[in-house]
Design a protein. Structure first.
Length: 208
């Protein structure tokens, strides 16, 4: 309970949901990254809210880097354990590494978002291979209560070798699966992962 309370006391980066409505609301993945990204990452459109407030206010979207790790056509997957901050996703399988951008992430000479992305990767996994990464899609899912208050920026991280070591106890049952296996097991995954799996060939089209 203390761990969960600590997460809720965080101040997390958000933007007003109305911005999506102004640019063009979408459900699922959008590969039209340039249309949205500059506006969403513009500091004048961002603010920090207490996570406890943000989790229950669909007027704002919490900005979430969502990194999909892959080696050739095999994708890194894991199961969310008990120390997972978002209790509503506990026990589900996932293929996204990432999380909230905290108020503690800003750096003097970098973007808050990039600092938050790097922190999440460093905290959750050790990438023990050469890799490249790029933003491939944006993710909006208003079909459930979790999705209504979050907005994902999907990064494809292309690894030269399938060497990923989990650092957090909340990352369990790790492995690399091909697209066919992901499709067969799609019902085991949390919603954002399901959306990515349905478009997995486009998500991981970038090669090292």
């Amino acid at each position: 309970m203390q761990e969960h309370s600590k997460h809720l006391e965080e101040h997390v980066l958000v933007f007003p949901s109305r911005i999506l409505e102004q640019i063009g609301i979408f459900q699922g993945l959008s590969f039209d990254v340039d249309k949205y990204l500059d506006v969403i990452l513009d500091p004048k459109n961002q603010m920090y809210l207490k996570r406890k407030e943000a989790e229950s206010d669909p007027a704002y979207k919490q900005l979430i880097p969502y990194a999909v790790l892959h080696c050739d056509d095999k994708v890194f997957v894991y199961r969310r354990g008990k120390l997972q901050g978002e209790k509503r996703l506990l026990g589900n399988y996932s293929l996204g590494i990432g999380g909230h951008i905290s108020i503690s992430d800003p750096t003097l000479f970098g973007t808050t978002y990039q600092a938050g992305l790097q922190r999440e990767l460093d905290e959750e996994v050790s990438l023990e291979s050469r890799y490249t990464q790029r933003i491939v899609a944006l993710l909006n899912d208003d079909s459930n209560e979790v999705g209504k208050v979050h907005f994902g920026i999907v990064h494809a991280i292309a690894l030269e070798k399938p060497f990923v070591r989990p650092k957090e106890k909340s990352i369990n049952e790790t492995g690399f699966l091909d697209a066919d296996k992901l499709q067969r097991d799609i019902d085991k995954f949390e919603n954002w992962s399901k959306i990515c799996i349905e478009n997995i060939h486009r998500v991981i089209a970038h090669k090292l």
